[in-house]
Design a protein around this ligand. Structure first.
Ligand SMILES: [Zn+2]
Length: 282
């Protein structure tokens, strides 16, 4: 009997160590991206010289929103046919070279997370935006796994804190903001009901000079994101809780929406209309 308890105790201890290790690795991956991988070979690709060229980039080294990423790719392929865009979708960063990147009208980080570009590729993307390009970020593209100051300041204007966990997905009324950039707001739905994982940021991008396109009332969601040892995540952004915003950076533009966690969002018409406007924004 004694032996049984000894074996059971040791087994339990091993199980706890394994679970603790797996959880620790998961948290590290979500916060930093792991394993980090870089691609530098340019793809063989013919990019049209006329029309609107869109680069859809879905590489992740941090948290992977697999279902939303796949649904997003399928939807963008459909939109490209409908809107007459040339679409190149990839998870390889080799496309981030001066010559090829410069041929695109918009670069979309489709739930791209973690450290996905080399230092050189980062400089190329920064210069692409500042000289007239457009960077669009969807949901996970705004979490805190990227570790890149320019990206955070130019695309987000705010640092990600957490998202609700209890419950994770909540319904809210999405409202068009009066200060929205006119070309982005054109023809968009004023008020719509939407269920998503509402990201909470430490700052409001509005006070950082970003034009807010859509907000929710942060007082009407349950912001609690406390988990295990994290006990400081039970707060929200208040009534003025932006969920989509934009900025002009140099000659170029950035647009970010924190919506886009689950695959169903890609069936949500107002969300799609918003992204079409973002891609077509001139
Ligand atoms: Zn998410």
């Amino acid at each position: 009997m004694k032996k049984f308890f000894k074996i059971a105790g040791i087994s339990l201890l091993i199980l706890m160590v394994l679970l603790g290790g797996a959880l620790g690795l998961f948290v590290y991956k979500v916060k930093n991206g792991f394993p980090v991988s870089y691609e530098t070979d340019p793809p063989e690709l013919t990019i049209p010289s006329e029309g609107r060229n869109v680069l859809l980039f879905s590489k992740t080294t941090g948290f992977r929103h697999e279902e939303s990423i796949l649904a997003g790719i399928a939807k963008f392929e459909e939109l490209a046919t409908k809107e007459g865009w040339f679409l190149y979708q990839t998870e390889s960063a080799g496309i981030f070279n001066v010559e090829q990147l410069g041929r695109f009208d918009a670069v979309i980080f489709n739930n791209s997370t973690g450290r996905v570009l080399t230092d050189e590729q980062r400089i190329i993307l920064k210069e692409y935006v500042e000289s007239g390009g457009k960077l669009i970020g969807i949901h996970g593209a705004g979490d805190d796994s990227h570790h890149w100051d320019w990206y955070e300041q130019s695309l987000l204007g705010a640092k990600f804190s957490h998202h609700p966990l209890n419950p994770q997905l909540q319904e809210a009324e999405v409202k068009l903001d009066e200060g929205a950039e006119a070309a982005l707001a054109e023809g968009l739905e004023n008020n719509w009901e939407h269920t998503d994982e509402w990201y909470i940021f430490f700052e409001n991008p509005r006070v950082k000079g970003f034009d807010i396109l859509y907000t929710i009332n942060g007082d009407e969601i349950i912001p609690d994101g406390n988990l295990l040892w994290m006990k400081d995540k039970n707060w929200g952004m208040g009534e003025d809780h932006p969920v989509a915003w934009s900025k002009r950076i140099g000659e170029g533009k950035t647009f970010y929406t924190s919506m886009g966690h689950h695959a169903e969002v890609w069936e949500q018409e107002p969300f799609i209309e918003m992204l079409i406007n973002a891609v077509n924004w001139e």
